[in-house]
Design a protein around this ligand. Structure first.
Ligand code: NAD
Ligand code: UGA
Length: 366
């Protein structure tokens, strides 16, 4: 089976390609980048890697779709810093360019697995001022299910929501293509995956990665960790190996259970406030990776506007309802938060520091 993977050189794409190749699939991988993230599967005999910007319309995207059996699309600008800095490009790439891939799948009758986001759920009802819920802390107000939950996004002037809007519109268009033209799609909504290869550290190149990389960078360079808006917001973190296990089941699609379905992929048991997440990362770092005599870094606070710029807004809380993945795919996430942080931090302190930053950190025990 020939799988065409767009965004193959990124965080999720690199893990997914390795797993597909190990499982005997033939993979055509497309990404504008080809860097250290692809090392674990580069050179595999069943891999064709194409370094290509899909915005170049002279490139024959359609022919690659025609010649594949399954298309997986992971391409997106996926970091909140970009939604603030370049909202139009976020819309162009995450909606317009991804739509070209979907329409090519319609033309050639190919199955499409589209990576969307848990951000389509937006904010919780409990976060709406004056709503007067009896128990706003009840996790049921923040537990989102694929086919029942309302999608609550913020005002247009908070342009952070352009990412969630573009992804939501793409989902709706796929659904419509399914209804009217028979497109066989599966949509995945990831909930904050973590693992080796997640984003560059801010020092490596200009840009604004996700929170794990900011905190890791602060720890490795002895700088303060910054809590945006006090770090009260909550996330459910999911280890990349668990996420790839679920994605593989979606690729296999036993008995067609994933046809025209949306799946949350996330770990409902790993909910944490960002302030607690920072403290946990700092504790692990000091215990396992700090050099002799190294002092714990400070944790400071900044407003969202100071940190990201005007137009920033945030999801306050999001817990995945994974009943569908459990019942239709028999999937259960296994990794707890502490274990996934230890594994991911170890990768950054050792492999990433050596191979990408060019320095090697000596663990405390050494
Ligand atoms: P990523 O940024 O690591 O991967 C995206 C990849 O797309 C990158 O390798 C990038 O080089 C590539 N790309 C971007 N523009 C391109 C272009 N014009 N042509 C070719 N390639 C291009 O992000 P990720 O974390 O691996 O996320 C993958 C997908 O999953 C995205 O659609 C993202 O929105 C979604 N998602 C991820 C998470 C998560 O927890 N990581 C959560 C929610 C949604
Ligand atoms: C991100 C992206 O929108 C998407 O890639 C994806 O949909 C989602 O992650 C996901 O991984 O599921 P978000 O969780 O807001 O959304 O992204 P992060 O940058 O990881 O931020 C998490 C929280 O930490 C936010 O509340 C942010 O304000 C905060 N933060 C970020 C800090 O407190 N300090 C920092 O240094 C950076």
């Amino acid at each position: 089976m020939r799988v065409l993977v767009f965004g193959a050189g990124g965080f999720i794409g690199s893990h997914l390609c390795r797993r597909l190749l190990e499982s005997g699939y033939e993979v055509t991988a497309v990404d504008v980048r080809r860097d250290y993230k692809v090392r674990s599967f580069e050179g595999h005999p069943a891999l064709t890697y194409i370094t290509q910007d899909i915005r170049d319309h002279a490139w024959p995207l359609d022919a690659y779709v025609r010649d594949s059996d399954l298309v997986i699309d992971l391409i997106a600008h996926a970091n909140p810093g970009l939604y603030i800095r370049i909202p139009l490009e976020v819309f162009q790439l995450n909606f317009i360019e991804n739509l070209r891939i979907a329409e090519s799948c319609v033309r050639h009758g190919k199955r499409l697995i589209q990576f969307s986001t848990c951000e389509v759920y937006g904010r919780t009802v409990a976060s709406i001022e004056g709503i007067g819920l009896q128990d706003p802390e009840d996790p049921r107000h923040a537990t989102f299910s694929e086919d029942r939950s309302e999608l609550i996004l913020g005002p247009v002037c908070k342009h952070r929501w352009i990412y969630a809007s573009a992804k939501q519109l793409l989902e709706r268009v796929l659904h419509a293509y399914g209804l009217e033209q028979g497109l066989n799609y599966t949509i995945i909504r990831p909930f904050n995956f973590i693992g080796p290869n997640i984003d560059f550290l801010p020092d490596e190149r200009d840009g604004i990665p996700r929170v794990f990389s900011f905190f890791m960078d602060a720890l490795m360079h002895g700088r303060p960790m910054v809590l945006v808006n006090g770090g009260r917001q909550r996330r459910c973190y999911t280890y990349i190996d668990d996420a790839i296990d679920c994605t593989q089941r979606i690729v296999e699609n036993p008995g067609g259970v994933c046809d025209r379905q949306i799946f949350n992929i996330g770990h409902p048991g790993n909910e944490v406030r960002i302030s607690e997440f920072a403290v946990m990362m700092r504790e692990i770092y000091m215990e396992k990776f700090a050099r002799r005599g190294e002092r714990a870094v400070e944790i400071v606070e900044q407003s969202g506007e100071e940190f990201y710029g005007a137009g920033y807004d945030d999801s306050d809380r999001r817990i995945p309802d994974i009943t569908k993945a459990r019942t239709l795919l028999g999937w259960e996430p296994k990794w707890g938060l502490r274990a996934m942080l230890e594994a991911t931090m170890e990768y950054y302190v050792n492999e990433y520091a050596r191979d990408v930053l060019g320095s090697h950190r000596i663990p405390a025990e050494a």
